[in-house]
Design a binder for this molecule. Sequence first.
Ligand code: HEC
Length: 232
Amino acid sequence: MSAPRSRVPTLVLLCAALACASDSDGDGIGGSTGSSGGAASTESTSGGADETSGAAGSTSGTASTTGASEATTDAADTSGTTGVVGEDLDMTPEDFVCVLDWELVRRFRITNLLGHLDEALAVAESPDGGVYPVGTVIQLIPGEAMVKRAVGWSPETNDWEFFSLATSADGTEILARGATRVVNQFGGNCFDCHSAAEPQWDLVCETDHGCAPLPIGPDLIEMLQNGDPRCP
Ligand code: HEC
């Protein structure tokens, strides 16, 4: 995989644009090896994102971690949840790999780790939207992912689990994961934004599904994907 030519300046620009304060390892991609003082805390400023019902509401948010090395979780883990039906995908850090290994659909990368890629791609390509199958993993940038859990895992989020990730050549570290309370490294609550997508899009925002736009354009997104430090 060829390295993008102007990767570092671009990433620095991105950091400046998004008030990224976590890069201490000089690669412009914040958050490797404990550099992230701002590791996403689950106790965010998100009004209205609290779980009120459903399987995901059965545990309360864990607020503090000792640092970026410890993942925070707000949604229920699958043990102890009720109402979960059928297959599930409980991601480990090792399940996250170089995003370039996955299918590119428009701007995002998509795979399905339970063998339902054709179905996932059919939803992604459908002009009418649809519900992504369990096991679908979608990433726009290496540091964030949404993963389709078992039916009933979190009705409020359409069973999506959101992840904030730190990536380095050594692999992937899960900074935060959960349903409604996960925030990215810039303090934005995933669910708050993604829940604005019109219902037929299953919380996938893209550019025209009703979400507020991201402050980064396609060039930077592509640059971040090509600069994924996990890629060979
Ligand atoms: C400020 C609102 C906002 C926040 C906060 C946000 N997103 Fe997004 N996200 C978007 C928008 C808008 C897009 C589509 C951007 C594009 O295609 O250019 C997007 C795209 C994505 C995609 C690709 C699929 C899609 O929906 O288009 C994934 C995966 C994703 N975001 C995950 C996350 C995760 C995980 C978090 C939290 C850690 C997060 N996002 C936080 C608005 C947001």
